[in-house]
Write a protein that binds this ligand. Structure first.
Ligand code: NDP
Length: 489
C-alpha cells in the first residue's frame, strides 16, 4: 500500500510489503512548472521532424530491449506480478514504440489530398500537428504498457509528455522517463509528476494540449469534468467486463486454454481480461470441465501473483459471495479462494445475469461461465452491459460474424487479448469503457491535430466565395451542381 512520507510517495511490494520505490510528490505548482518545461521541450522535439524523432525513438526502443529484465524486475516489485508477465508486457510496449516511430511520418506527415471538381482551382494539403504537451495518467495494473501506448503515439507525433503514474507504480513510471532521458539528453521531452489523485487532477488543469487517461470509469468522469473547465480534449481508456463466446464448432480445448489465460493472467487485473464466458449448450459441459482442469493447475505465487491493490480484494470477495448467494456455484475456488493478498483461481457457473459478478468489473482471477442456447443469445448477453472494451469468440464458421456484432472496440477470434499486442490495430472501447484510440494509425492521429491548408493554383471557373460573383456565374454554379449531382443513382 503506497504511503506519502515527508513529501515522498513510497510504493511497496504487494507480495512482501518491502519498499519498492520512493519518489518526490509534486504539488499543483510543481505540476505547472513541469508542464511549462515540457512546452519548451515539445517545441524543440517537434522541430526535429519525423526522421530525427524516429532515430531517437528507435534508440530508446533498443535501450528498453537491452534492459527488459531490469524493467520487468522493477514492475514485479511494485505490482507483484510474475516476472514472465512483466516481460510479456514490456515486449508489447517495445513493439508499439517501434511501430509508432516507423509509421508516424506516413500517417501524420504532410500530404496532398485529392481535389474535387467544384473547387478544382485549389490544391488540398493535410498534416497532423502536435498538441505540444500530452498529459498521460496511468493505472497500476500494466504500468509499462498502458502509459507507453499513448506515450509512444504522442512522442512519435512530436509532443512532449508529462506522465502521472499510478501511486502504486511510480518507480516504473520514473524508470521509463529516465530511460528516455538517457537517449534524448537535450530537453526534458518525457517527464513525470508523482502523487495521489490530486496530482492527476492538477495535470488535467495544467494547460496541457490533451490528456490520455487510462483507469477506472469512475475516475474517467472526474478527469473529463476537470478537463472540461479548459476544454482540454481527452482520450479515455476505462474499465471493461469482457466476454468470451464459445460457439458450437469451437475447438473447446483451445477455447479453455485461452479463457484461462484471458481471465487469470496478471491475477485477472487486466482491463481487457475475460470475466464472463458464454458457451453454447452442446459444448458447455466440455468447456467448463476443460477450464476447471486448466485453471486448477495454476499456482499462487507462480503463475498467479497477489492482488496489487488491497481494496480490490474486498470487491472480488463481494462478487464471489454475491454470486454464490444468488444461486451460483463455484466449480473451482469460491469463497475460500480469497486469502489476502492472494485470490486463487475461481470459476463460477449458474450465476444470475443481474449479479455483481456478471455486471461489474471484478479485476480478480475469476471467471463466470454461462450456458446459452446459441450464439445469438450469447451476443445479447455479452452486449447487455454499459461496458464495451474487448472480447473474444471461439468458433469456426461464424467467428468473425459474431465478433462484428459484439458491442466493443476490439475482439479476438480464436484467441484472447491478442489485439493489444498488434501495433497496427487501434485499441479502445465504447460506452463506459471510454472513447478515442491508442495504438495503430488511429492512435497516432489521436495525438496530432488535423491541419488543413488549401492553395490556389488557378482562377476560379465557378467563383462562389466572393462578393464579386455575377448572377450569370451563380446560374453556372446551379447548372454545374445539377450536372454533377442531379442524377439519382
Ligand atoms: P483509477 O481510476 O483509480 O486510477 C487511474 C489513474 O488516475 C491513477 O494514476 C490515479 O492516481 C489517477 N487519478 C485518481 N483520481 C484522479 C483524479 N481525480 N483526477 C485525475 N487523476 C486521478 O484506476 P486504477 O489505477 O485502479 O486502474 C484500474 C482501472 O483501470 C480498471 O478499471 C481497469 O479496467 C482500467 N484499465 C483500463 C485500461 C484500458 O486500456 N482501457 C487498461 C488498464 C486498466 P492514484 O493511483 O494516485 O489514485
Amino acid at each position: 500500500m503506497p504511503v506519502v512520507e515527508d513529501g515522498f510517495l513510497v510504493s511497496t511490494s504487494p507480495a512482501t510489503g518491502a519498499e519498492a520505490g520512493r519518489l518526490p510528490v509534486s504539488d499543483a505548482e510543481a505540476v505547472g512548472a513541469t508542464v511549462d518545461r515540457a512546452r519548451t521541450a515539445g517545441a524543440w522535439w517537434a522541430s526535429l521532424g519525423f526522421d530525427e524523432r524516429k532515430v531517437r525513438l528507435l534508440r530508446w526502443r533498443a535501450l528498453l530491449a537491452e534492459r527488459i529484465e531490469e524493467l520487468a524486475e522493477l514492475t514485479r516489485a511494485e505490482t507483484g506480478k510474475p516476472l514472465a508477465d512483466a516481460i510479456v508486457e514490456a515486449t508489447a510496449a517495445i513493439e508499439h514504440i517501434d511501430w509508432a516511430a516507423r509509421n508516424a511520418k506516413r500517417v501524420l506527415g504532410p500530404r496532398r489530398t485529392k481535389t474535387r471538381l467544384l473547387v478544382a482551382e485549389h490544391s488540398g494539403h493535410l498534416e497532423y500537428q502536435p498538441y505540444g504537451v500530452i498529459g498521460v495518467i496511468g493505472p497500476w495494473n500494466y504500468p509499462i504498457l498502458t502509459p507507453l501506448g499513448p506515450i509512444s503515439g504522442a512522442l512519435a507525433a512530436g509532443n512532449a509528455v508529462v506522465l502521472k503514474p499510478s501511486e502504486y507504480t511510480p518507480a516504473v513510471g520514473q524508470w521509463l522517463a529516465d530511460s528516455f532521458a538517457e537517449v534524448v539528453t537535450e530537453q526534458p521531452v518525457f517527464q513525470t509528476v508523482h502523487g495521489l489523485g490530486d496530482v492527476g487532477a492538477a495535470l488535467c488543469r495544467s494547460g496541457v494540449g490533451k490528456v490520455a487517461f487510462t483507469g477506472s470509469t469512475a475516475t474517467a468522469k472526474k478527469v473529463m469534468a476537470a478537463c472540461a473547465e479548459t476544454l482540454t480534449p481527452v482520450v479515455i481508456e476505462a474499465g471493461g467486463k469482457d466476454a468470451l463466446i464459445v460457439d458450437a464448432d469451437a475447438d473447446v480445448t483451445a477455447a479453455a486454454e485461452a479463457a484461462v489465460w484471458g481471465a487469470m493472467t496478471n491475477a485477472g487485473q487486466t482491463c481487457i481480461g475475460i470475466e464472463r464466458a458464454y458457451a453454447v449448450a452442446p459444448v458447455y459441459d466440455a468447456f467448463v470441465a476443460a477450464v476447471v482442469e486448466k485453471a486448477g493447475k495454476l499456482r499462487l505465487g507462480e503463475e498467479i501473483g497477489p492482488i496489487t491493490m488491497p481494496g480490490q480484494v474486498d470487491i472480488i470477495r463481494r462478487h464471489i459471495d454475491d454470486a454464490l448467494a444468488s444461486g451460483g456455484r463455484a466449480v473451482l475456488g469460491g469463497a475460500d479462494a480469497v486469502q489476502p493478498p492472494n485470490v486463487a483461481p475461481t470459476v463460477l457457473v449458474d450465476v444470475p445475469e443481474d449479479s455483481a459478478a456478471i455486471r461489474e468489473e471484478t479485476f480478480g482471477p475469476t471467471l463466470t461461465i454461462t450456458r446459452v442456447a446459441d450464439a445469438d443469445e450469447a451476443i445479447t448477453k455479452a452486449n447487455a452491459l454499459p461496458y464495451g472494451l474487448g472480447g473474444a469468440v471461439f468458433g469456426k464458421a461464424n467467428g468473425i460474424r459474431i465478433a462484428r456484432r459484439l458491442h466493443t472496440g476490439m475482439v479476438a477470434v480464436n484467441s484472447t487479448l491478442s489485439f493489444v499486442g498488434m501495433a497496427t490495430l487501434p485499441f479502445g472501447g465504447v460506452g463506459d469503457s471510454g472513447f478515442g484510440r491508442i495504438h495503430g494509425e488511429d492512435g497516432l492521429r489521436e495525438f496530432g491535430r488535423a491541419k488543413s491548408i488549401t492553395v490556389r493554383r488557378a482562377p476560379s471557373l465557378l467563383p462562389a466565395m466572393t462578393f464579386e460573383r455575377t448572377p450569370a456565374q451563380v446560374q453556372r454554379i446551379v447548372k454545374a451542381v445539377k450536372l454533377l449531382y442531379g442524377r439519382r443513382p
